[in-house]
Design a protein around this ligand. Sequence first.
Ligand SMILES: C[S@@+](CC[C@H](N)C(=O)[O-])C[C@H]1O[C@@H](n2cnc3c(N)ncnc32)[C@H](O)[C@@H]1O
Ligand SMILES: [Zn+2]
Ligand SMILES: [Zn+2]
Length: 331
Amino acid sequence: MELKCKCGSTCISTAEEILIKAKNTFNPCKNCLKPSIKKFTPISKQISLNSFDSQFERCLCGKRHLDLVMAHVLKLMIRENLQSKNATLRNACAPLITPAYPLQASPYLGENSLIVLSPKMNQKCAEKIMEEVPEVKAVIKGESQNVVGLKDSSYNPHVYETLAGCDMRCDIMNTPKGPICVHKDQSEIHIEFPSHKSAKITSTSLFIKKNFHNMDFTVIDATSGPGTLGIFSLMAGASKVIFNDLWKPATHMTALNLEVNGFKVDFFNEKLEKCMIACGKQFKVYNLDIRNLNSVLDEKFDLCIIDPFPGVNPKEFEDAAKKLSKKVLLI
Ligand SMILES: C[S@@+](CC[C@H](N)C(=O)[O-])C[C@H]1O[C@@H](n2cnc3c(N)ncnc32)[C@H](O)[C@@H]1O
Ligand SMILES: [Zn+2]
Ligand SMILES: [Zn+2]
């Protein structure tokens, strides 16, 4: 499968390349200055909004502290009357860095390393931000609290709106078997911040260790989203993994993330025949309601992982999973 972003640019790379690039990406050089912007004091009372341009307080190394970049974005929103004159960094926008991994300190950003998300954004301001703030890779309109995608088959899908730039970003998840790079079209896939120790990776890892230690085992990642838990299962030694998600953009991301993390996709099925999006030596990716997954599987698997969105009653997911596998792990 070709690792090509929909925008035609280089937003997607192999895990190997991303991990090399990510090292020190957000660290300051010895000359980078830490701004002393107070998060709860209006930005207009701390910095003259007229002083902002793309070079304002940029270090010679090319980086700026996240707070300065967000202050710059906020200035443009105030100019467009999308934020009040009293707006603070606290209520500016949600900053989504890429590639994201747990950091010890606030990041210093270079070009194309940040996506900003705000429910108050408009097209004109988004374009202005892209023009003036080189750190920003995309501007998205949406409410960070709202779940993106499909909560279950009875819900309407919800997506954010990409107003400018390309919303493809990458989360680096640490696992006991090494890091996994998880790409996401951020306007179509839910936001999940990588932590030092992901609770869902830990649960999956412990479950596999306890139940399948030194054994051959097979897994269904029945609500795979961008594929994290199934990819981890492959890394942890599963001989076969079925990925599935009802939300088509999630299955595309799963296929892409398999290839990114070294699990070669032999066949990518644009036409979605038999609801299968992709397959490789040890895996298949389906786009089905978990309740119908039994129609394409003709064997019982050892483990079915279900990870529904918060607020969704998992009972029907669990009942469907019990028909597919010997053991069920509800995240
Ligand atoms: C919390 S996310 C899964 C996250 C994923 N495990 C990860 O670690 O990235 C829940 C997923 O369930 C999917 N989903 C919702 N209803 C479903 C259904 N009826 N059948 C299969 N997948 C469903 C959503 O599209 C969403 O991707
Ligand atoms: Zn792109
Ligand atoms: Zn510097």
